[in-house]
Ligand binder design. Structure first.
Ligand code: ADP
Ligand code: MG
Length: 697
């Protein structure tokens, strides 16, 4: 490979490296394990471990770690050196198959949602053979799943792998039934676009809210907001450019195809998109990317904010989850082909998706939610908390032409002549960009799920997409099985599609998803609109959802309960930190500044006597009022917070936080923001929005 890509993948022990360094039978055995055809023998594991260790040490690694993803949403690792004493006490390097395959981190410091209380304190990590090992900072990182002593998942990777398996089986079943018998398995392709903010480290350090909560708890939108839209796709500041170069080089070395980078809509906001890869790898790579963004930012004197809403009044950050299903011979099942209207397989997969999303809209919404994302979904900015699908008029017309007696859903249905469409060649990426307000848009040959929060792991959202698709596809397969002639199978498939559109067309929406009218329209259609994350968590109690996951072998009922409890607990914890931080900053940074400023004006007034300017008197009154109110609000918030915490269970507590504490926080914020507007820099020392978001050059 030519410069600057000559180092691409050098820090990954990938397939090429395996092939070169492993004896052929070992390599073949590993391939079969990855393809899920055979389990790994001890001797094979030892041989792989040995080759891996040599490669790792040649590349400077001294330690290895089982890299896993606990339910907190981040990643965790415990390092062990390769070094050990031999029988004479001399150092030797050692890394066995057992060390590669299985680890036993102390699980007690990770959330288990009650799984450990009822079972065992131990947790185990097991090598995930489908995601390659890599080196970071002299450590050989082995992607692993994390399970309890009794095998319950303590992470989000194991369920993801199970969901991939369920989806592969279901999709293959349908593809085979529709005539393509060569396909033996399917996988998903996922491309995760990552949005983030950069702020200068010196400002970051001065703000407790940024440091502890990742977002500003108050602050007024700078005089120059994003109204001018001049940041989007604008020139990237030099310092940021250097940062991006550094990030890209690290990602490339790790075999991640970092591809697109640009300024995002808000000032100081950026996006990084890699080229899509298989689902499990895409999720792992995104976790790594977030970590690298954070650490590299520090080296460049920045702080990288992955929070969904770091600044009020300008756009927040999301993570777009581009999703498609690919057969083992490389066919994209969402690819409409040249004649989508005649492409029964395409239509079947589209309809399965529509049914799946309509059946499990709330679950999908939950999979994209977090305390931080509450500030985006259905709040200050869209995408809304309501799930709907945007197909683009071209595909929508084709689907509705299957099912014509319901034109009401499309305003312009009467003006569309369906017949000629079958003769049109497919126009690539038609409509791909037309509707940015949809949470779930079909963009040419994939679905783009735009709800996911920027700081979140993408494993649960993909697990949910896989599970709901698998269930729909299995439902279709059941109806197609046993039909003798392919022509009849295809006819039946079309009928199933018709029925599915009839039953689930309410989930299709091509209008402005950000508008008030849509909220009302969605309500008429009976679509769920749960605005809070905490309330959305309760969908995991829904018998339909429990059945979905248990019947596909993805989550047990116990695991679902544990996951729900962790979500509730996490919400309360995040909010706990936010409330305390807001109180602390109000007491230590804001009230003293207000008081000092009041003193200044009072002294000025006293000195001026009867000649006191009106402005000074006005400021004194304003400041007195703000001080009294802010002080009262701190008390009020503290009281509400105590009330919420006396609920006794995390869910009730979370709901009280959402409905009473959060509004109080907003009101206090409004007071502080009013102060910021009039505050003098000589008294008010906290960095302002204009410092933080217009200062990257
Ligand atoms: P946009 O900003 O318009 O959404 P980008 O190019 O920034 O477009 O991102 C699109 C993402 O979708 C990239 O990560 C890309 O690799 C990914 N992608 C493209 N085709 C597929 C596909 N078939 N399946 C999954 N992801 C895909
Ligand atoms: Mg996108």
């Amino acid at each position: 490979m030519e410069k600057p890509f000559e180092d691409f993948g050098i820090l990954v022990f990938g397939e090429k490296e395996m092939k070169e360094r492993l004896p052929k039978p070992v390599y073949e055995a590993w391939k079969k394990t990855v393809a899920n055809e055979e389990s790994l023998e001890r001797t094979t594991a030892d041989a792989i471990a040995h080759a891996m260790k040599r490669w790792a040490m040649e590349n400077g690694a001294t330690h290895f770690t089982h890299w896993f993803q606990p339910l907190t949403g981040g990643t965790a690792e415990k390092h062990d050196a390769f070094i050990e004493p031999d029988s004479q006490g001399d150092p030797i390097s050692r890394f066995s198959g057992k060390m590669l395959i299985k680890g036993e981190p102390d699980a007690s410091s990770f959330p288990s949602g009650g799984l450990r209380a009822t079972f065992e304190a131990r947790g185990y990590t097991y090598w995930d053979v489908t995601s390659p090992v890599f080196i970071r900072e002299e450590v050989l990182c082995i992607p692993t799943i994390f399970v309890s002593y009794n095998g319950e998942a303590l992470d989000r990777k194991e369920p993801l792998l199970k969901s991939l398996d369920a989806l592969s089986k279901a999709a293959t079943r349908v593809v085979n039934l529709l005539g393509d018998k060569d396909v033996r398995s399917c996988n998903i392709s996922v491309g995760l676009e990552q949005e983030y903010f950069l702020v200068d480290k010196k400002y970051f350090d001065q703000r407790l809210d940024l440091r502890l909560c990742g977002r500003t708890l108050f602050g007024t939108a700078a005089t120059k907001g994003q109204e001018l839209s001049d940041h989007y796709f604008g020139a990237i500041p030099t310092r940021v450019k250097a940062f991006m170069k550094d990030v890209n080089e690290q990602l490339w070395k790790l075999g991640i195809f970092a591809k697109t980078e640009h300024n995002e809509a808000a000032p100081a906001q950026f996006e990084l998109a890699p080229i899509f890869t298989t689902g499990n790898m895409a999720v792992d790579q995104n976790q790594l990317t977030m970590d690298i963004l954070r650490k590299t930012a520090e080296r460049h004197g920045f702080a990288c904010l992955l929070h969904e809403k770091p600044f009020y009044g300008i756009n927040g950050s999301g993570k777009h989850n581009n999703y498609s299903i690919i057969t083992d011979d490389g066919q994209n099942l969402f690819d409409p082909g040249k004649k989508p209207a005649e492409n029964i397989r395409f239509l079947t997969f589209m309809c399965a998706f529509i049914e799946a999303v309509d059946n499990y809209a709330l679950l999908l919404r939950l999979s994209a939610s977090s305390a931080g994302n509450d500030h985006r979904l259905g709040a200050h900015e869209a995408p809304p908390a309501i799930i709907s699908i945007y197909l683009g008029s071209y595909i929508e017309d084709i689907l509705f032409s299957l099912y014509q007696d319901h034109p009401s859903i499309r305003k312009d249905a009467s003006t569309v002549d369906f017949t000629p469409l079958t003769n049109l060649a497919y126009i690539p990426h038609d409509n791909a960009d037309r509707n940015r307000t949809s949470p779930l848009a079909f963009t040419g040959n994939k679905f783009e799920f735009r709800m996911l929060g920027s700081s979140m792991s993408a494993s649960f959202s993909n697990t949910v997409l896989n599970a709901i698709m698998a269930e729909s596809l299995n439902g279709i397969a059941k109806q197609l099985e046993g039909i003798k002639y392919l022509q009849d199978v295809r006819e039946k498939a079309l009928n199933i599609c018709r029925q599915m559109i009839h039953d689930h067309k309410r989930i299709l929406f091509s209008g402005d998803g950000y508008s008030e009218e849509w909220v009302k329209e969605a309500e008429r259609r009976g679509l769920p609109n749960v605005t809070s994350y905490i309330e959305a968590t309760q969908v995991l109690k829904d018998p339909k959802v429990i059945h979905l996951f248990t019947s596909l072998g993805i989550y047990s009922e116990v695991e679902l309960e544990a996951n729900r409890r962790i979500m509730e607990e996490q919400y309360d914890r995040v909010m706990d930190i936010e409330v305390k931080t807001l109180i602390e900053m109000t007491r230590k940074d804001v009230l003293p500044a207000m008081t000092a400023e009041l003193k200044f004006y009072s002294e000025t007034a006293a000195a001026a006597g009867s000649a006191c300017p009106a402005f000074v008197t006005k400021r004194m009154n304003q400041l007195s009022e703000l001080i009294d109110k802010s002080y009262a609000y701190v008390d009020r918030m503290t009281q509400l917070w105590k009330d919420a915490n006396s609920c006794g269970n995390d869910y009730e507590c979370g709901k009280k936080i959402y409905y009473s504490v959060l509004p109080a926080m907003e009101e206090l914020r409004a007071l502080i923001d009013r102060y910021e507007e009039i505050a003098s820099r000589s008294f008010y020392k906290l960095p302002l929005y204009e410092d933080m978001i217009f200062n990257l050059d």
